[in-house]
Design a protein. Structure first.
Length: 565
Protein backbone atom coordinates (compact mmCIF):
# COMPACT_ATOMS: atom_id res chain seq x y z
CA UNK A 1 0.00 0.00 0.00
CA UNK A 2 1.36 3.42 -1.01
CA UNK A 3 -0.02 6.77 0.16
CA UNK A 4 -0.12 10.18 -1.58
CA UNK A 5 -0.22 8.72 -5.10
CA UNK A 6 -1.60 10.95 -7.88
CA UNK A 7 -3.47 9.37 -10.78
CA UNK A 8 -3.52 11.26 -14.10
CA UNK A 9 -5.93 10.25 -16.90
CA UNK A 10 -7.10 11.92 -20.12
CA UNK A 11 -10.08 14.31 -19.75
CA UNK A 12 -10.44 13.47 -16.05
CA UNK A 13 -9.34 15.59 -13.04
CA UNK A 14 -6.25 14.30 -11.26
CA UNK A 15 -7.01 12.07 -8.29
CA UNK A 16 -4.81 11.81 -5.21
CA UNK A 17 -5.18 8.87 -2.89
CA UNK A 18 -3.90 5.52 -1.68
CA UNK A 19 -2.63 2.85 -4.04
CA UNK A 20 -3.05 -0.83 -3.22
CA UNK A 21 -1.72 -3.74 -5.28
CA UNK A 22 -3.74 -6.95 -4.81
CA UNK A 23 -3.39 -10.31 -6.50
CA UNK A 24 -5.57 -9.27 -9.45
CA UNK A 25 -6.16 -5.52 -9.23
CA UNK A 26 -4.37 -2.25 -8.87
CA UNK A 27 -6.70 -0.12 -6.73
CA UNK A 28 -6.48 3.64 -6.23
CA UNK A 29 -8.82 5.12 -3.63
CA UNK A 30 -9.16 8.90 -3.27
CA UNK A 31 -9.36 10.85 -0.03
CA UNK A 32 -11.98 13.26 -1.34
CA UNK A 33 -15.56 13.45 -0.10
CA UNK A 34 -16.74 11.66 -3.26
CA UNK A 35 -14.42 8.77 -2.39
CA UNK A 36 -13.60 7.81 -5.99
CA UNK A 37 -11.95 4.49 -6.73
CA UNK A 38 -10.24 3.01 -9.76
CA UNK A 39 -9.96 -0.76 -10.05
CA UNK A 40 -7.60 -1.84 -12.82
CA UNK A 41 -7.14 -5.50 -13.67
CA UNK A 42 -3.48 -6.42 -13.93
CA UNK A 43 -4.36 -8.40 -17.05
CA UNK A 44 -5.32 -5.11 -18.74
CA UNK A 45 -1.77 -3.74 -18.37
CA UNK A 46 0.20 -4.22 -21.57
CA UNK A 47 3.46 -2.62 -20.45
CA UNK A 48 4.85 -0.59 -17.54
CA UNK A 49 7.30 2.27 -17.96
CA UNK A 50 8.89 4.00 -14.98
CA UNK A 51 10.67 7.35 -14.85
CA UNK A 52 12.48 8.33 -11.66
CA UNK A 53 13.02 11.98 -10.82
CA UNK A 54 14.38 13.31 -7.54
CA UNK A 55 13.06 11.33 -4.60
CA UNK A 56 10.02 9.97 -6.45
CA UNK A 57 8.94 8.76 -9.84
CA UNK A 58 6.16 8.30 -12.38
CA UNK A 59 4.73 5.07 -13.72
CA UNK A 60 3.08 4.95 -17.14
CA UNK A 61 0.63 2.06 -17.24
CA UNK A 62 -0.05 1.36 -20.91
CA UNK A 63 -3.23 -0.65 -21.15
CA UNK A 64 -4.42 -3.18 -23.71
CA UNK A 65 -7.45 -0.98 -24.48
CA UNK A 66 -4.97 1.74 -25.61
CA UNK A 67 -5.48 4.08 -22.63
CA UNK A 68 -2.40 5.30 -20.73
CA UNK A 69 -2.60 5.98 -16.98
CA UNK A 70 0.09 7.90 -15.12
CA UNK A 71 0.88 7.36 -11.43
CA UNK A 72 3.00 9.94 -9.62
CA UNK A 73 4.56 8.16 -6.63
CA UNK A 74 6.45 10.28 -4.07
CA UNK A 75 9.05 7.66 -3.05
CA UNK A 76 11.37 6.18 -5.70
CA UNK A 77 11.63 2.79 -3.96
CA UNK A 78 7.83 2.48 -3.88
CA UNK A 79 7.74 3.38 -7.56
CA UNK A 80 10.20 0.60 -8.42
CA UNK A 81 8.37 -1.96 -6.25
CA UNK A 82 4.95 -1.14 -7.70
CA UNK A 83 6.33 -1.35 -11.25
CA UNK A 84 7.89 -4.78 -10.70
CA UNK A 85 4.76 -6.10 -8.93
CA UNK A 86 2.35 -4.98 -11.66
CA UNK A 87 4.69 -6.27 -14.38
CA UNK A 88 4.87 -9.72 -12.73
CA UNK A 89 1.14 -9.92 -11.98
CA UNK A 90 0.17 -8.88 -15.51
CA UNK A 91 2.15 -11.76 -17.03
CA UNK A 92 0.87 -14.82 -15.17
CA UNK A 93 1.11 -17.93 -17.36
CA UNK A 94 -1.14 -20.23 -15.31
CA UNK A 95 -4.61 -19.44 -16.63
CA UNK A 96 -6.33 -20.83 -13.51
CA UNK A 97 -4.68 -18.10 -11.42
CA UNK A 98 -6.37 -15.36 -13.42
CA UNK A 99 -9.20 -13.27 -12.05
CA UNK A 100 -12.17 -14.96 -13.83
CA UNK A 101 -11.54 -18.06 -11.66
CA UNK A 102 -11.86 -15.93 -8.50
CA UNK A 103 -14.59 -13.51 -9.60
CA UNK A 104 -17.91 -13.84 -7.79
CA UNK A 105 -20.74 -11.85 -9.39
CA UNK A 106 -22.78 -9.41 -7.31
CA UNK A 107 -25.77 -10.04 -9.59
CA UNK A 108 -28.09 -13.02 -9.92
CA UNK A 109 -27.27 -15.17 -12.94
CA UNK A 110 -30.70 -15.47 -14.57
CA UNK A 111 -29.53 -16.80 -17.94
CA UNK A 112 -26.55 -19.15 -18.05
CA UNK A 113 -24.49 -17.80 -20.93
CA UNK A 114 -22.52 -21.04 -21.20
CA UNK A 115 -25.65 -22.81 -22.46
CA UNK A 116 -27.08 -20.00 -24.58
CA UNK A 117 -25.38 -20.92 -27.88
CA UNK A 118 -24.92 -24.68 -27.92
CA UNK A 119 -24.25 -26.51 -31.20
CA UNK A 120 -27.74 -28.01 -31.14
CA UNK A 121 -29.34 -24.58 -30.65
CA UNK A 122 -27.33 -23.06 -33.49
CA UNK A 123 -28.06 -25.97 -35.83
CA UNK A 124 -31.77 -25.30 -35.37
CA UNK A 125 -31.20 -21.89 -36.97
CA UNK A 126 -30.47 -23.75 -40.21
CA UNK A 127 -33.68 -25.81 -40.33
CA UNK A 128 -33.96 -25.50 -44.10
CA UNK A 129 -30.73 -27.43 -44.67
CA UNK A 130 -31.25 -30.21 -42.14
CA UNK A 131 -32.27 -32.63 -44.89
CA UNK A 132 -28.70 -32.48 -46.26
CA UNK A 133 -26.64 -31.67 -43.13
CA UNK A 134 -26.24 -33.19 -39.69
CA UNK A 135 -24.50 -32.65 -36.37
CA UNK A 136 -21.48 -34.91 -36.04
CA UNK A 137 -19.79 -35.76 -32.73
CA UNK A 138 -16.80 -37.33 -34.44
CA UNK A 139 -14.59 -34.87 -32.55
CA UNK A 140 -16.16 -35.48 -29.12
CA UNK A 141 -12.77 -36.39 -27.61
CA UNK A 142 -10.90 -33.74 -29.69
CA UNK A 143 -8.65 -36.40 -31.28
CA UNK A 144 -9.70 -35.69 -34.87
CA UNK A 145 -9.07 -31.95 -34.55
CA UNK A 146 -7.75 -30.47 -31.27
CA UNK A 147 -8.93 -26.95 -32.14
CA UNK A 148 -12.48 -27.80 -33.30
CA UNK A 149 -15.45 -28.08 -30.91
CA UNK A 150 -16.91 -31.45 -29.89
CA UNK A 151 -19.83 -31.00 -32.33
CA UNK A 152 -19.63 -29.82 -35.96
CA UNK A 153 -22.00 -29.58 -38.92
CA UNK A 154 -21.19 -31.89 -41.84
CA UNK A 155 -23.00 -33.27 -44.94
CA UNK A 156 -25.46 -36.07 -44.13
CA UNK A 157 -24.08 -38.21 -46.93
CA UNK A 158 -20.59 -38.30 -45.38
CA UNK A 159 -19.81 -40.87 -42.71
CA UNK A 160 -17.63 -40.11 -39.70
CA UNK A 161 -14.95 -42.52 -40.95
CA UNK A 162 -14.61 -40.44 -44.12
CA UNK A 163 -14.36 -37.26 -42.04
CA UNK A 164 -11.52 -38.71 -39.95
CA UNK A 165 -9.50 -39.50 -43.08
CA UNK A 166 -10.31 -36.10 -44.64
CA UNK A 167 -9.14 -34.36 -41.44
CA UNK A 168 -5.69 -35.92 -41.79
CA UNK A 169 -5.39 -34.12 -45.15
CA UNK A 170 -6.06 -30.67 -43.65
CA UNK A 171 -3.62 -28.61 -41.58
CA UNK A 172 -4.32 -29.13 -37.88
CA UNK A 173 -7.16 -31.48 -38.79
CA UNK A 174 -9.49 -28.58 -39.57
CA UNK A 175 -11.66 -30.33 -42.18
CA UNK A 176 -14.44 -28.45 -44.06
CA UNK A 177 -17.51 -27.77 -41.87
CA UNK A 178 -20.74 -25.84 -42.34
CA UNK A 179 -20.46 -22.24 -41.23
CA UNK A 180 -23.65 -20.68 -42.61
CA UNK A 181 -26.70 -21.56 -44.71
CA UNK A 182 -28.14 -18.80 -46.93
CA UNK A 183 -31.90 -19.32 -47.00
CA UNK A 184 -32.64 -17.17 -50.05
CA UNK A 185 -30.15 -18.75 -52.45
CA UNK A 186 -30.04 -22.15 -50.68
CA UNK A 187 -26.24 -22.06 -50.73
CA UNK A 188 -23.78 -22.88 -47.97
CA UNK A 189 -20.64 -21.31 -46.58
CA UNK A 190 -17.98 -23.72 -45.33
CA UNK A 191 -14.60 -23.11 -43.74
CA UNK A 192 -11.48 -25.19 -43.19
CA UNK A 193 -7.69 -25.01 -43.15
CA UNK A 194 -5.46 -25.54 -46.19
CA UNK A 195 -5.11 -29.00 -47.72
CA UNK A 196 -1.75 -30.75 -47.32
CA UNK A 197 -1.24 -31.38 -51.02
CA UNK A 198 2.48 -30.58 -50.87
CA UNK A 199 4.89 -30.09 -53.80
CA UNK A 200 3.92 -33.45 -55.35
CA UNK A 201 0.22 -32.52 -55.56
CA UNK A 202 -0.87 -35.24 -53.15
CA UNK A 203 -4.61 -35.92 -53.10
CA UNK A 204 -7.11 -37.33 -50.61
CA UNK A 205 -10.23 -38.99 -52.02
CA UNK A 206 -12.07 -38.66 -48.70
CA UNK A 207 -11.50 -34.89 -48.67
CA UNK A 208 -12.57 -34.66 -52.31
CA UNK A 209 -15.72 -36.60 -51.50
CA UNK A 210 -16.48 -34.38 -48.50
CA UNK A 211 -16.04 -31.13 -50.41
CA UNK A 212 -17.71 -32.32 -53.62
CA UNK A 213 -20.71 -33.78 -51.76
CA UNK A 214 -22.02 -30.24 -51.27
CA UNK A 215 -22.48 -29.87 -55.01
CA UNK A 216 -25.59 -31.19 -56.72
CA UNK A 217 -25.84 -31.99 -60.43
CA UNK A 218 -24.82 -28.95 -62.48
CA UNK A 219 -23.96 -26.92 -59.39
CA UNK A 220 -20.72 -25.03 -58.93
CA UNK A 221 -18.88 -23.41 -56.07
CA UNK A 222 -16.00 -21.09 -55.21
CA UNK A 223 -13.02 -21.83 -52.99
CA UNK A 224 -11.99 -18.45 -51.60
CA UNK A 225 -8.34 -18.58 -50.52
CA UNK A 226 -7.39 -15.66 -48.26
CA UNK A 227 -3.75 -15.90 -49.37
CA UNK A 228 -2.12 -14.42 -52.44
CA UNK A 229 -1.42 -16.99 -55.14
CA UNK A 230 2.34 -16.72 -54.57
CA UNK A 231 1.92 -17.29 -50.82
CA UNK A 232 -0.26 -20.33 -51.46
CA UNK A 233 2.34 -21.81 -53.84
CA UNK A 234 5.08 -21.17 -51.30
CA UNK A 235 2.98 -22.99 -48.70
CA UNK A 236 2.62 -25.88 -51.16
CA UNK A 237 6.40 -26.19 -51.42
CA UNK A 238 6.50 -26.56 -47.61
CA UNK A 239 3.83 -29.27 -47.44
CA UNK A 240 0.68 -27.16 -47.47
CA UNK A 241 -1.09 -26.00 -50.58
CA UNK A 242 -4.49 -25.65 -52.20
CA UNK A 243 -7.21 -27.71 -53.87
CA UNK A 244 -6.32 -28.76 -57.40
CA UNK A 245 -9.29 -28.07 -59.67
CA UNK A 246 -8.78 -31.37 -61.48
CA UNK A 247 -9.84 -33.17 -58.30
CA UNK A 248 -12.52 -30.64 -57.33
CA UNK A 249 -14.09 -30.12 -60.79
CA UNK A 250 -17.19 -28.20 -59.68
CA UNK A 251 -15.16 -25.69 -57.67
CA UNK A 252 -13.22 -22.69 -58.89
CA UNK A 253 -10.43 -21.25 -56.75
CA UNK A 254 -10.37 -17.49 -56.11
CA UNK A 255 -7.53 -15.75 -54.31
CA UNK A 256 -8.60 -12.82 -52.12
CA UNK A 257 -5.31 -11.81 -50.47
CA UNK A 258 -5.29 -10.70 -46.85
CA UNK A 259 -2.00 -10.16 -45.04
CA UNK A 260 -0.99 -12.97 -42.71
CA UNK A 261 -1.73 -12.45 -39.02
CA UNK A 262 1.96 -11.80 -38.25
CA UNK A 263 1.68 -8.43 -40.04
CA UNK A 264 -1.37 -7.29 -38.03
CA UNK A 265 0.50 -6.74 -34.77
CA UNK A 266 3.12 -4.49 -36.34
CA UNK A 267 0.38 -2.49 -38.04
CA UNK A 268 -1.46 -1.96 -34.76
CA UNK A 269 1.71 -0.78 -33.01
CA UNK A 270 2.41 1.75 -35.77
CA UNK A 271 -1.16 3.03 -35.84
CA UNK A 272 -1.36 3.54 -32.06
CA UNK A 273 2.01 5.32 -32.16
CA UNK A 274 0.56 7.67 -34.79
CA UNK A 275 -2.61 8.21 -32.73
CA UNK A 276 -0.59 9.11 -29.62
CA UNK A 277 1.78 11.47 -31.46
CA UNK A 278 0.21 14.87 -30.80
CA UNK A 279 3.23 16.75 -32.11
CA UNK A 280 2.89 15.58 -35.71
CA UNK A 281 1.78 17.87 -38.52
CA UNK A 282 -1.23 16.86 -40.61
CA UNK A 283 0.98 15.51 -43.41
CA UNK A 284 3.10 13.51 -40.99
CA UNK A 285 0.03 12.11 -39.22
CA UNK A 286 -1.51 10.98 -42.50
CA UNK A 287 1.80 9.50 -43.62
CA UNK A 288 2.15 7.53 -40.36
CA UNK A 289 -1.41 6.30 -40.59
CA UNK A 290 -0.92 5.16 -44.18
CA UNK A 291 2.39 3.43 -43.45
CA UNK A 292 0.78 1.44 -40.63
CA UNK A 293 -1.41 -0.34 -43.26
CA UNK A 294 -4.14 -0.83 -40.65
CA UNK A 295 -6.95 0.51 -42.83
CA UNK A 296 -5.54 -1.47 -45.77
CA UNK A 297 -6.08 -4.65 -43.73
CA UNK A 298 -9.62 -3.49 -42.94
CA UNK A 299 -10.28 -2.84 -46.66
CA UNK A 300 -8.91 -6.25 -47.71
CA UNK A 301 -10.99 -8.10 -45.12
CA UNK A 302 -14.24 -6.32 -46.04
CA UNK A 303 -13.51 -6.80 -49.76
CA UNK A 304 -12.96 -10.55 -49.33
CA UNK A 305 -16.13 -10.82 -47.24
CA UNK A 306 -18.12 -8.98 -49.93
CA UNK A 307 -16.81 -11.42 -52.55
CA UNK A 308 -18.10 -14.33 -50.45
CA UNK A 309 -21.45 -12.60 -49.82
CA UNK A 310 -21.86 -11.70 -53.48
CA UNK A 311 -21.04 -15.25 -54.58
CA UNK A 312 -23.75 -16.65 -52.33
CA UNK A 313 -26.42 -13.96 -52.73
CA UNK A 314 -26.10 -12.83 -56.34
CA UNK A 315 -24.30 -15.69 -58.11
CA UNK A 316 -26.08 -18.27 -55.94
CA UNK A 317 -23.07 -20.54 -55.47
CA UNK A 318 -21.71 -22.24 -52.36
CA UNK A 319 -18.36 -21.14 -50.94
CA UNK A 320 -15.49 -22.80 -49.08
CA UNK A 321 -13.15 -20.28 -47.45
CA UNK A 322 -9.71 -20.97 -45.98
CA UNK A 323 -6.24 -19.54 -45.60
CA UNK A 324 -3.52 -21.64 -44.05
CA UNK A 325 -4.37 -22.60 -40.45
CA UNK A 326 -8.05 -21.68 -40.77
CA UNK A 327 -8.14 -19.92 -37.38
CA UNK A 328 -7.52 -16.28 -38.27
CA UNK A 329 -8.18 -14.70 -41.69
CA UNK A 330 -10.58 -17.57 -42.46
CA UNK A 331 -12.76 -16.67 -39.47
CA UNK A 332 -12.54 -12.96 -40.32
CA UNK A 333 -14.07 -13.58 -43.74
CA UNK A 334 -16.60 -16.25 -42.74
CA UNK A 335 -18.02 -14.16 -39.88
CA UNK A 336 -18.01 -10.79 -41.63
CA UNK A 337 -19.76 -12.17 -44.71
CA UNK A 338 -22.59 -13.29 -42.42
CA UNK A 339 -22.89 -9.76 -41.04
CA UNK A 340 -23.37 -8.57 -44.62
CA UNK A 341 -25.83 -11.29 -45.61
CA UNK A 342 -27.94 -11.94 -42.54
CA UNK A 343 -29.87 -9.28 -40.62
CA UNK A 344 -30.10 -11.63 -37.62
CA UNK A 345 -26.33 -11.34 -37.16
CA UNK A 346 -26.83 -7.58 -36.80
CA UNK A 347 -28.96 -8.03 -33.67
CA UNK A 348 -27.46 -8.32 -30.18
CA UNK A 349 -28.31 -11.99 -29.70
CA UNK A 350 -27.44 -12.89 -33.29
CA UNK A 351 -24.07 -11.16 -33.03
CA UNK A 352 -23.26 -12.92 -29.75
CA UNK A 353 -24.19 -16.24 -31.39
CA UNK A 354 -21.93 -15.39 -34.33
CA UNK A 355 -18.97 -14.72 -32.03
CA UNK A 356 -19.60 -17.96 -30.16
CA UNK A 357 -20.01 -20.01 -33.34
CA UNK A 358 -17.35 -18.47 -35.58
CA UNK A 359 -14.70 -17.46 -33.05
CA UNK A 360 -14.94 -19.08 -29.62
CA UNK A 361 -16.24 -22.53 -30.59
CA UNK A 362 -14.40 -22.45 -33.93
CA UNK A 363 -11.08 -22.37 -32.08
CA UNK A 364 -9.69 -18.88 -32.54
CA UNK A 365 -6.77 -18.88 -30.04
CA UNK A 366 -7.82 -15.90 -27.90
CA UNK A 367 -5.34 -16.71 -25.15
CA UNK A 368 -2.29 -16.39 -27.41
CA UNK A 369 -3.61 -13.81 -29.90
CA UNK A 370 -4.85 -11.39 -27.20
CA UNK A 371 -2.04 -11.94 -24.71
CA UNK A 372 -0.46 -8.61 -25.66
CA UNK A 373 -1.70 -5.49 -27.41
CA UNK A 374 -0.18 -2.39 -29.05
CA UNK A 375 2.26 -1.36 -26.33
CA UNK A 376 4.16 -4.63 -26.04
CA UNK A 377 6.96 -5.84 -28.29
CA UNK A 378 6.25 -9.56 -28.39
CA UNK A 379 8.82 -12.34 -28.48
CA UNK A 380 6.77 -15.33 -29.56
CA UNK A 381 4.97 -13.58 -32.44
CA UNK A 382 1.80 -15.51 -31.58
CA UNK A 383 -0.01 -12.33 -30.55
CA UNK A 384 -2.12 -10.74 -33.27
CA UNK A 385 -5.12 -8.38 -33.15
CA UNK A 386 -7.23 -10.58 -35.43
CA UNK A 387 -10.40 -10.29 -33.34
CA UNK A 388 -9.86 -6.53 -33.01
CA UNK A 389 -9.74 -6.31 -36.80
CA UNK A 390 -13.07 -8.11 -36.94
CA UNK A 391 -14.62 -5.68 -34.44
CA UNK A 392 -13.14 -2.75 -36.40
CA UNK A 393 -14.59 -4.07 -39.69
CA UNK A 394 -18.01 -4.44 -38.05
CA UNK A 395 -17.74 -0.86 -36.79
CA UNK A 396 -16.86 0.35 -40.30
CA UNK A 397 -20.03 -1.27 -41.65
CA UNK A 398 -22.00 -0.06 -38.60
CA UNK A 399 -21.08 3.55 -39.27
CA UNK A 400 -22.04 3.17 -42.96
CA UNK A 401 -25.41 1.60 -42.01
CA UNK A 402 -26.13 3.18 -38.59
CA UNK A 403 -29.81 2.13 -38.56
CA UNK A 404 -29.29 -1.52 -39.53
CA UNK A 405 -27.62 -2.69 -36.30
CA UNK A 406 -29.50 -3.29 -33.07
CA UNK A 407 -26.40 -2.67 -30.97
CA UNK A 408 -24.41 0.49 -30.37
CA UNK A 409 -20.73 1.39 -30.65
CA UNK A 410 -20.43 0.87 -26.89
CA UNK A 411 -21.39 -2.79 -27.38
CA UNK A 412 -18.48 -3.30 -29.79
CA UNK A 413 -16.06 -1.45 -27.49
CA UNK A 414 -17.11 -3.63 -24.57
CA UNK A 415 -16.54 -6.85 -26.53
CA UNK A 416 -13.08 -5.68 -27.57
CA UNK A 417 -12.14 -4.85 -23.97
CA UNK A 418 -13.32 -8.20 -22.59
CA UNK A 419 -11.43 -10.12 -25.27
CA UNK A 420 -8.17 -8.71 -23.86
CA UNK A 421 -8.96 -8.38 -20.15
CA UNK A 422 -12.04 -9.55 -18.29
CA UNK A 423 -13.53 -10.84 -15.06
CA UNK A 424 -15.56 -13.28 -17.18
CA UNK A 425 -14.40 -16.56 -18.69
CA UNK A 426 -15.91 -16.31 -22.18
CA UNK A 427 -12.69 -15.38 -24.01
CA UNK A 428 -10.34 -17.52 -21.93
CA UNK A 429 -8.23 -20.29 -23.51
CA UNK A 430 -7.52 -21.09 -27.16
CA UNK A 431 -10.22 -23.66 -27.89
CA UNK A 432 -12.99 -25.78 -26.43
CA UNK A 433 -10.61 -28.58 -25.44
CA UNK A 434 -8.61 -26.19 -23.22
CA UNK A 435 -11.79 -24.72 -21.74
CA UNK A 436 -13.07 -28.18 -20.83
CA UNK A 437 -9.70 -29.17 -19.37
CA UNK A 438 -9.71 -26.09 -17.13
CA UNK A 439 -13.46 -26.42 -16.34
CA UNK A 440 -14.05 -22.84 -17.44
CA UNK A 441 -17.84 -23.23 -17.73
CA UNK A 442 -18.06 -24.57 -14.17
CA UNK A 443 -15.56 -22.24 -12.50
CA UNK A 444 -16.17 -18.89 -14.22
CA UNK A 445 -19.11 -16.68 -15.21
CA UNK A 446 -20.04 -16.16 -18.87
CA UNK A 447 -19.87 -12.65 -20.28
CA UNK A 448 -23.28 -13.26 -21.90
CA UNK A 449 -24.83 -13.88 -18.46
CA UNK A 450 -23.82 -10.33 -17.56
CA UNK A 451 -24.44 -8.48 -20.83
CA UNK A 452 -27.87 -9.99 -21.52
CA UNK A 453 -29.40 -8.71 -18.27
CA UNK A 454 -32.06 -6.15 -19.17
CA UNK A 455 -30.59 -3.31 -17.09
CA UNK A 456 -27.18 -3.82 -18.76
CA UNK A 457 -28.46 -4.60 -22.23
CA UNK A 458 -30.34 -1.31 -22.57
CA UNK A 459 -26.98 0.49 -22.41
CA UNK A 460 -25.87 -1.35 -25.55
CA UNK A 461 -28.95 -0.75 -27.70
CA UNK A 462 -28.80 1.48 -30.79
CA UNK A 463 -31.55 4.13 -30.55
CA UNK A 464 -31.48 4.54 -34.35
CA UNK A 465 -32.17 0.85 -35.06
CA UNK A 466 -34.72 -0.02 -37.73
CA UNK A 467 -34.81 -3.75 -38.64
CA UNK A 468 -33.41 -4.21 -42.14
CA UNK A 469 -33.89 -7.70 -43.59
CA UNK A 470 -31.98 -6.95 -46.78
CA UNK A 471 -28.33 -7.63 -47.61
CA UNK A 472 -26.12 -4.61 -46.91
CA UNK A 473 -23.18 -3.84 -49.20
CA UNK A 474 -20.44 -1.80 -47.50
CA UNK A 475 -18.15 0.52 -49.42
CA UNK A 476 -14.38 0.07 -49.29
CA UNK A 477 -13.60 3.36 -51.02
CA UNK A 478 -10.85 5.28 -49.17
CA UNK A 479 -13.29 8.01 -48.11
CA UNK A 480 -15.66 5.37 -46.67
CA UNK A 481 -13.15 3.85 -44.24
CA UNK A 482 -11.98 5.88 -41.29
CA UNK A 483 -10.00 5.61 -38.06
CA UNK A 484 -12.22 4.50 -35.18
CA UNK A 485 -12.01 7.64 -33.06
CA UNK A 486 -14.02 6.20 -30.19
CA UNK A 487 -11.42 3.46 -29.72
CA UNK A 488 -7.99 4.45 -30.98
CA UNK A 489 -8.22 8.18 -30.24
CA UNK A 490 -10.26 8.26 -27.04
CA UNK A 491 -7.12 9.18 -25.10
CA UNK A 492 -6.58 12.12 -27.46
CA UNK A 493 -10.10 13.26 -28.37
CA UNK A 494 -12.71 13.68 -25.63
CA UNK A 495 -15.63 11.35 -26.37
CA UNK A 496 -17.98 12.91 -23.77
CA UNK A 497 -19.80 15.24 -26.24
CA UNK A 498 -20.49 12.32 -28.58
CA UNK A 499 -21.72 10.15 -25.70
CA UNK A 500 -24.03 12.96 -24.58
CA UNK A 501 -25.37 13.31 -28.12
CA UNK A 502 -26.21 9.60 -28.28
CA UNK A 503 -27.92 9.85 -24.88
CA UNK A 504 -30.03 12.71 -26.21
CA UNK A 505 -30.92 10.70 -29.33
CA UNK A 506 -31.94 7.81 -27.09
CA UNK A 507 -34.21 10.08 -25.02
CA UNK A 508 -35.82 11.54 -28.15
CA UNK A 509 -36.49 8.07 -29.57
CA UNK A 510 -37.97 6.88 -26.28
CA UNK A 511 -40.19 9.99 -26.13
CA UNK A 512 -41.25 9.34 -29.73
CA UNK A 513 -42.21 5.75 -28.82
CA UNK A 514 -44.19 7.05 -25.86
CA UNK A 515 -46.10 9.53 -28.04
CA UNK A 516 -46.82 6.88 -30.67
CA UNK A 517 -48.12 4.59 -27.97
CA UNK A 518 -50.45 7.32 -26.69
CA UNK A 519 -51.68 8.06 -30.22
CA UNK A 520 -52.46 4.37 -30.81
CA UNK A 521 -54.27 4.18 -27.49
CA UNK A 522 -56.38 7.24 -28.34
CA UNK A 523 -57.18 5.80 -31.76
CA UNK A 524 -58.39 2.56 -30.17
CA UNK A 525 -60.52 4.51 -27.70
CA UNK A 526 -61.99 6.62 -30.53
CA UNK A 527 -62.79 3.50 -32.58
CA UNK A 528 -64.44 1.93 -29.53
CA UNK A 529 -66.57 5.03 -28.94
CA UNK A 530 -67.60 5.13 -32.60
CA UNK A 531 -68.66 1.46 -32.52
CA UNK A 532 -70.61 2.08 -29.31
CA UNK A 533 -72.34 5.14 -30.80
CA UNK A 534 -73.33 3.19 -33.94
CA UNK A 535 -74.68 0.27 -31.91
CA UNK A 536 -76.77 2.69 -29.80
CA UNK A 537 -78.09 4.41 -32.91
CA UNK A 538 -76.61 7.75 -31.94
CA UNK A 539 -74.84 8.04 -35.27
CA UNK A 540 -75.29 6.32 -38.63
CA UNK A 541 -72.65 4.01 -40.11
CA UNK A 542 -70.29 5.82 -42.52
CA UNK A 543 -71.39 5.87 -46.18
CA UNK A 544 -69.11 3.72 -48.38
CA UNK A 545 -66.83 5.74 -50.67
CA UNK A 546 -67.62 5.44 -54.39
CA UNK A 547 -65.11 3.41 -56.41
CA UNK A 548 -62.30 5.58 -57.69
CA UNK A 549 -61.86 6.01 -61.43
CA UNK A 550 -58.46 5.50 -63.01
CA UNK A 551 -58.06 9.26 -63.29
CA UNK A 552 -58.55 9.69 -59.52
CA UNK A 553 -56.04 7.07 -58.42
CA UNK A 554 -53.05 9.41 -58.28
CA UNK A 555 -54.92 11.93 -56.12
CA UNK A 556 -56.17 9.25 -53.77
CA UNK A 557 -52.65 7.79 -53.39
CA UNK A 558 -51.26 11.23 -52.79
CA UNK A 559 -53.91 11.96 -50.18
CA UNK A 560 -53.17 8.66 -48.44
CA UNK A 561 -49.45 9.47 -48.36
CA UNK A 562 -50.09 12.87 -46.79
CA UNK A 563 -52.47 11.41 -44.19
CA UNK A 564 -50.06 8.63 -43.26
CA UNK A 565 -47.30 11.16 -42.69
Amino acid sequence: MVNSVTLRRPFTPDMEGTLCVTGHHLIISSRSENHEELWLLHSNVDSVEKKLSGSGGTLALKCKDFLILYLDIPVAEDCINVASSVLALSNIDDITLRYPFFFRPLFDVIENGWQAFSAETEFNRFKECQEDWRISYVNKDFKVCPTYPHAVFVPKSIEDETIIKAASFRQGGRFPVLSYYHKDSKTVLMRSSQPLSGPSGKRCKEDERLVNSVMGMGKRGFIVDTRAQGVAKMAQSKGGGFELEAHYPQWRRIHQPIERRTAFHDSLIKMIEACNDSSSSMDKWLSKLESSNWLTHVKDIITSSCVVAQSMDKERVSVLVHGSEGMDTTLLVSSLSQIILDHDCRTVTGFEALIEREWIQAGHPFRTRCNKSAYAITKHRQESPVFLLFIDCVWQIWQQFPCSFEFSEKFLLTLFQHAYSSQFGTFLCNNERERMHNKVADRTVSLWSYMNRMEILQDFMNPMYEPNATVIWPSVAPQSLTVWTGLYLRGVINQAPQDEAWQEIYKIREYDKELRSKVNKLRRQLASLEREAISNGVVSPPTPMPAASSGDSADIKGSTAVNSV
